[in-house]
Design a protein around this ligand. Structure first.
Ligand code: MLT
Length: 264
């Protein structure tokens, strides 16, 4: 489905019934990554999966894509869908940065929060320099060049070696991200604020899910968030890297279902 928002359109799916869960994908991905959650959870919840601007089938706006702007798109979508009750927001990686931006502006929107494969801190100076190098690489050599370098790091080495079908499908999703989407998201992530000071103020229950073999964001970042958020639990997923929802779907979906039961 498509919604006209902010002079462009956002593509999204809305499936199921029950408490609304907004699933925000990471970079450079799309709502396709949530298909196993749509399949496994939509009997228990209303699953809303947008494609962020510049990603998937959504409109490609000009960069930069600040986390605030991406959060604003999500809020506009919820408003447009007349979702007025508090929702559970589940952000994966960059989606988590967006969840923090959303919480900063609209804490009352949240019934609970799920933080998947993400971190609260801002980029280090080395991290910012890496973003600049990736932006240059994308502009000079194209999106594929960035994707090729990133693909093996999206998974545990075990998944990468043993599940070529999954690796290939994520390769395809990443490669369809527009150049503006890649550059816009890299600029937005590079310049995002530190969300660590926000953590102690999060009042709602939080579920943190993190792959033990995440090569992009180490699990110690998840432990740090668990320690600083008043009401947070952490599910460590063995044999999963950056995409535990795809690499260990049953464990991931069960963790979300348990969280749903605990707060509804
Ligand atoms: C993501 O998966 O969204 C990105 O890897 C996050 C990041 O680069 O910081």
């Amino acid at each position: 489905m498509k919604k006209q928002l902010d002079n462009g359109f956002i593509s999204y799916d809305l499936v199921g019934q029950g408490i609304p869960i907004l699933l925000i994908h990471g970079y450079p991905l799309s709502r396709e990554i949530w298909q196993p959650q749509v399949n496994g959870l939509s009997d228990h919840a209303t699953i809303i999966t947008p494609d962020l601007r510049g990603h998937g089938e959504s409109y490609t706006f000009d960069p930069p894509y600040t986390m605030d702007k991406l959060a604003h798109d999500c809020k506009l979508l919820l408003d447009d869908l007349s979702i007025n009750t508090p929702v559970i927001v589940n952000g994966l990686s960059m989606g988590g940065y967006i969840a923090f931006a959303l919480y900063r502006k609209f804490p009352e929107l949240f019934k609970g929060m799920i933080l998947t494969s993400t971190r609260a801190g801002e980029d280090s100076s080395e991290g910012k320099a890496n973003r600049d190098a990736s932006i240059k690489n994308a502009q000079e050599n194209g999106v594929d060049s960035v994707v090729e370098g990133m693909l093996p790091k999206m998974f545990s080495t075990k998944t990468f070696e043993n599940n070529p079908g999954l690796v290939e499908s994520i390769h395809r999703v990443m490669s369809t991200t527009s150049l503006q989407g890649v550059v816009g998201a890299l600029e937005g992530m590079r310049d995002r604020p530190d969300s660590t000071p926000l953590l102690p103020s999060i009042q709602q229950p939080v579920l943190i899910i993190h792959g033990e073999d995440d090569q992009l964001i180490p699990i110690k970042e998840a432990e740090l968030m668990q320690n600083m958020i008043p009401n947070a639990s952490l599910v460590r997923v063995a044999d999963a890297g950056h995409l535990p929802n795809l690499e260990q779907t049953e464990i991931y979906n069960q963790a979300v279902l348990d969280f749903l039961k605990s707060i509804s």
